[in-house]
Write a protein that binds this ligand. Structure first.
Ligand code: SAM
Ligand code: SF4
Length: 464
């Protein structure tokens, strides 16, 4: 019997890439590829890349340098493919800069991978960064039961792709194209299949997930709130999440879903980017700081135990010290449970890259450190407030010590437990007994029946 061909996929960047990498692996499984964790052992290496910041894009070229050397040293004929947003943005440039690359494939063309690999086998170098008319989701196969089981009890499902917002700093509208939503029936079908295969928690993903406007089974356009309601009716689907959202698309239907659906976890990633109205306008975010506060008030009224997370950019062109202090003030007032903060990175081709008042690295670094301090303090306060609380934990993987398992709280915190008799994919109720910098520890009280709801006590109140 012929040895199976081996595939190594490395994902950079966001959850969309993690999901796409799995779908590529599913498509190639049909062609006889099995996944390996060792690039040296692979017949095909795919780097699924991220272009969001300069550093992310540069990582790809360092990785390609390493692969070239390994390939030379071993005298192997491994096929090297570059996928994702760097592929989309720099297709031909990659071929020039990195002769080791055999294949460049943009995010909308993954379903064509098998035919592209045929061409590579015929000795060609292939670039496909088209936005084809056909829907890749119609052509990408579903994962096998074995693949889903291996990936664990949580899964991503893409509901929309692309973005029409054109924030002035961001490459996504150029690399991922215009906003497109999948139909409700396809999303629900995919979710049901995952649940039948043992998945207990689904995170709906999209570059702009709450801009979702898919065709419903009634022929009308459904928003994300209505979609979540439909998904919540799937038996066995205990938890729902969605990411990444834009404040402008937090409509009343979606906020009501947080009130009405116990399966929807009380944790929302809602990027704000800046706390300054002047900078928000220059970023073309199309909302001000007060709108952001109003949304958070509504969310907290709908679901008092909700916790927030966010993204921030510091050092956007023209940002003054006063603008930056508005950002610090917003961060303190909201009290985020966690947050990501980035130095503004110039992205060629975006409007902000042409701005005359670019800030120095020094100023950006100094502001990032100050913001980081505020966000860390707020994260620590949130985690400490979890001490002594009772949570349902979905067990996801083994811990470091024998008998230990690691699961996630409703707030996505890692919780380490010793739970004899329980296994991956089970829910347990735990009392939080210890709070560390990267994880919590919990004492198991019971196996859970009533999944999802935490107590309705707000954890970190908004300052007046
Ligand atoms: N769609 C989401 C939104 O509207 O906020 C964000 C998606 S983007 C993939 C993830 C994060 O990368 C953004 O929230 C932003 O904070 C950051 N980001 C995007 N472009 C950036 C840039 N040019 N420099 C630094 N950070 C950037
Ligand atoms: Fe980028 Fe998000 Fe703005 Fe779209 S909404 S342009 S993905 S930051």
């Amino acid at each position: 019997m012929q040895e199976p061909r081996k595939l190594y996929v490395k994902s950079f960047g966001c959850q969309m890439n993690v999901y796409d990498s799995q779908r590529m692996a599913d498509a190639l499984a049909k062609e006889g590829y099995v996944e390996t964790q060792d690039p040296a052992d692979a017949d095909l290496v795919i780097l699924n890349t991220c272009h969001i910041r300069e550093k992310a894009a540069e990582k790809v070229y360092s990785e390609l340098g390493r692969l070239r050397k390994a390939k030379q040293d071993a005298g192997s004929d491994t096929t090297i493919a570059v996928a994702g947003c760097v592929a989309q943005a720099e297709g031909a440039e990659i071929m020039k800069r990195a002769p080791v690359v055999d294949l460049v494939v943009g995010p909308q063309s993954y379903h064509r991978l098998p035919e592209m690999l045929e061409k590579v086998r015929d000795g060609k170098r292939v670039v496909d960064t088209e936005f084809p008319a056909e829907d890749k989701f119609d052509h990408l196969p579903a994962p096998s039961a074995a693949a889903t089981k291996k990936r664990g009890p949580t899964a991503f499902v893409t509901v929309q792709e692309g973005c029409d917002k054109f924030c002035t700093f961001c490459v996504v509208p150029y690399t991922r194209g215009a906003e497109v939503s999948r139909s409700v029936s396809k999303i629900v079908g995919e979710a049901r299949a995952l649940v039948d295969q043992g998945v207990r928690e689904i995170t709906l993903i999209g570059q702009n997930v709450n801009a979702f406007h898919g065709e419903g089974p009634d022929g009308r356009t459904w928003g994300l709130g209505r979609l979540l309601e439909e998904l919540a009716s799937i038996n066995g689907l205990a938890r729902l999440r969605y990411t990444t959202s834009h404040p402008r698309d937090m409509d009343d239907g979606l906020i009501a879903a947080h009130r009405d659906l116990p399966q929807l976890m009380p944790y929302l990633h809602l990027p704000v980017q800046s706390g300054s109205d002047r900078i928000l306008a220059a970023m073309n975010r199309k909302h001000g700081r007060d709108t952001y506060f109003e949304i958070i008030d509504k969310l907290r009224a709908a679901r008092p135990d909700i916790a927030l997370s966010s993204d921030f950019i510091v050092g956007f062109p023209g940002e003054t010290e006063a603008d930056f202090e508005d950002t610090l003030d917003l961060a303190r007032r909201v009290g985020f449970a966690s947050a990501y903060s980035f130095k503004y990175s110039i992205r060629p081709g975006t409007p902000a890259a042409e701005h005359d008042h670019q800030l120095s690295e020094e100023v950006k670094s100094e502001r990032l450190a100050r913001l980081h301090q505020v966000l860390e303090a707020s994260k620590t306060a949130f985690d400490r407030a979890c001490m002594g609380r009772r949570f349902d934990i979905l067990l996801e993987k083994p811990g470091r010590l024998p008998g230990q398992l690691i699961g996630r709280s409703p707030y996505l915190q890692s919780v380490v437990v010793t739970a004899p008799g329980a296994g991956i994919g089970d829910f347990v109720t735990v009392d939080i007994t210890d709070v560390g910098p990267n994880s919590l520890a919990g004492q198991v009280v019971d196996a859970v029946e009533d999944r999802g709801r935490t107590s309705d006590r707000p954890l970190v109140a908004m300052e007046a």
